[in-house]
Design a protein around this ligand. Structure first.
Ligand SMILES: NC(=O)c1ccc[n+]([C@@H]2O[C@H](COP(=O)([O-])OP(=O)(O)OC[C@H]3O[C@@H](n4cnc5c(N)ncnc54)[C@H](OP(=O)(O)O)[C@@H]3O)[C@@H](O)[C@H]2O)c1
Length: 251
């Protein structure tokens, strides 16, 4: 595989499992040194880092709670201190609190508030911490959701809104950082068979896949490949964009 990202350093939040681990793997296969974060899965994160190093790149797993915005600057500082630079930031970590309508008396407002902290405030804090130090020509990619554009079913109001919020932030950041040729984009996956989807798939309406042009889940590799393209040298004029990888859910 072409080492298009050789010499680059990437930080991927939530790289211990699911899509984040796939993104870390794909970027490492293209030659990038990779830092991943986790909050609970120390052993899984360590195993991902070992697998990345086996691909011949440097790797580091860092425990950093994205639900605490004050942890963002220490995280970025640790990446710079360890690797000497930061070129690619992928804001991947998120929570999905879904399944109850907002008028349900049983709705868990504390969990929904935590989702806003992780999915929005944490992403904002990480972009703010990275922006001054990421290299000129760098890449910032946030992982949104097809639900950020088209909600499609009930019970996911706050999650969908959190994903819509990071689109607006990416567009603003693209304007702010464009003079340094730093691109800022959002990739919106469709449903993938990760732990996150395992927690919500049974809450999806049975007809949900009928709303897709391609009636299956995405693979994490399909989404990671698009993120790697945006992280790479051929995507330098692509910024402020929202890229759907959702089987036509928003078509
Ligand atoms: N799965 C889907 O169907 C789907 C669809 C559309 C969009 N997405 C988006 O794709 C991205 C990845 O989702 P996924 O399905 O891979 O999720 P996942 O399987 O639930 O993995 C979540 C990752 O985020 C980390 N994380 C969670 N809370 C964190 C926190 N407070 N601080 C730091 N890290 C934290 C987890 O770390 P630990 O292992 O330590 O908990 C884990 O590495 C998310 O942005 C999600 O919204 C997913």
């Amino acid at each position: 595989m072409s080492k298009r990202l050789a010499g680059k350093v990437a930080l991927i939040t939530g790289g211990s499992r699911g899509l984040g681990a796939a993104i870390a793997t794909t970027l490492a296969e293209q030659g990038a040194d990779v830092a991943i974060t986790y909050v609970a899965s120390a052993q899984k994160a360590a195993a991902v880092a070992v697998a990345l190093e086996a691909k011949g790149v440097r790797a580091l797993a860092i425990r950093s709670d994205q639900g605490d915005p004050s942890s963002a600057k220490p995280l970025v500082d640790q990446v710079i201190s360890h690797f000497g630079r930061l070129d690619i930031l992928v804001n991947n970590a998120a929570l999905a609190i879904q399944g109850k309508r907002i008028d349900d008396p049983q709705i868990d407002n504390a969990a929904l508030d935590q989702q806003w902290r992780v999915n929005v405030l944490g992403v904002v804090a990480t972009i703010r911490a990275a922006a001054p130090v990421i290299t000129d020509g760098g890449r910032i990619i946030s992982v949104g959701s097809g639900l950020g554009t088209r909600v499609g079913f009930a019970g996911t109001t706050d999650y969908a809104a959190s994903k819509a919020a990071i689109v607006g932030y990416a567009k603003g950041a693209a304007r702010d950082l464009g003079p340094r040729n730093i691109t800022v984009n959002v990739v919106q996956p469709g449903v993938m068979a990760t732990d996150m989807a395992a927690g919500s798939a049974d809450k999806l309406p049975p007809s949900f896949m009928d709303t897709h042009a391609i009636g299956r889940f995405a693979t994490v590799e399909e989404v990671a490949a698009v993120i790697a393209f945006i992280a790479g040298p051929d995507a330098g004029y692509m910024t402020g964009s929202v890229v759907d990888v959702n089987g036509g859910f928003t078509a």
